[in-house]
Design a binder for this molecule. Structure first.
Ligand SMILES: [Zn+2]
Ligand SMILES: [Zn+2]
Length: 280
């Protein structure tokens, strides 16, 4: 059994690709000393995340509602994002965070101003903002950190978080921006708000945020698999697994020219600082 425990801060173990062999996938993670936070994308998958966490001692859950699950009409979503149901679920001792939640403006319908596509895109954005605001409110109320998803909307998300930050005090476990795609200036604003950035296996494909990850304080970084996606080399053609985040830590170590053990210990300490309900 390895001595350091690394925490995979973002996995989707409810994905159907693990249906046949989840026991083996989790055993492999245990053998590598990897603990896991499995993440829900809507209410149903959040319940599944909690069930998986109940079954395995080294797995915890995060409950959320992914911005890409949000459409142009909020009537349907209103029922899906029944805040009361999430608050109830968050009482479970193995729920350690809220998310995925956030903003994703990457693939919105495109059209000229006032066209139907344009109006639909604006409605979707508004609904994403509304659901995100509910999660910010829950985080404040429940003192649970946020697992944030953001694409093509970092400046807006930062503005919302800065306003939220002023309204919440004495709460030092802000959360994580997963699979960070922003620039250094935006990263610094997240750090100023006490958020961390998590690094996926894409780091091993070269080029990805390399400069940023060299400059960022190690005390602000976390590792995630985002499995079954973002598999690190040399396993790129396979489905990803939590055990492979050892490779993410190794790549980070070689990028920063420090020892793997130092990186693993710091990442582990960082994760425990954010996810206070994790008892390792
Ligand atoms: Zn995501
Ligand atoms: Zn995800």
């Amino acid at each position: 059994m390895p001595t350091t425990c690394l925490i995979d801060t973002h996995a989707h173990l409810d994905d159907s690709v693990y249906k046949q062999d989840l026991d083996i996938v989790i055993r492999q993670a245990v053998n590598e000393g990897v603990w896991i936070i499995t993440v829900g994308n809507d209410y149903e998958t959040s319940i599944q995340a909690v069930k998986i966490a109940e079954k395995y001692p080294n797995v915890y859950a995060s409950i959320g509602f992914h911005p890409l699950k949000i459409g142009g009409t909020l009537q349907a979503e209103d029922k899906l994002v029944d805040v009361g149901r999430y608050i109830e679920l968050a009482r479970h001792p193995k729920v350690v965070a809220l998310g995925e939640t956030g903003l994703d403006f990457h693939d919105l319908p495109q059209g000229r101003k006032k066209s139907n596509e344009y109006q639909l895109a604006e409605r979707i954005k508004d609904n994403q903002r509304k659901v995100f605001a509910w999660f910010l409110e829950m985080s404040r109320e429940l003192r649970l950190p946020l697992l944030l998803h953001c694409r093509d909307a970092h400046d807006e998300m930062l503005k919302l978080l800065e306003t939220w930050d002023r309204a919440t005090s004495g709460f030092d476990a802000r959360g994580v921006i997963h699979c960070f795609s922003g620039n250094w200036k935006q990263a610094r604003r997240y750090f100023n708000l006490d958020f961390m950035i998590s690094v996926t296996g894409i780091i091993s494909h070269g080029g990805y945020q390399g400069e940023l990850l060299k400059k960022a304080p190690l005390s602000r970084l976390l590792a995630e698999s985002d499995c079954p996606y973002s598999t690190p080399t040399p396993w790129s053609i396979r489905r990803n697994e939590p055990a492979y985040i050892k490779q993410v830590a190794a790549n980070l170590a070689s990028l920063r020219k420090i020892s793997v053990i130092e990186v693993e210990q710091q990442l582990s300490a960082n994760a425990k600082k954010v996810f206070k309900r994790i008892k390792v």
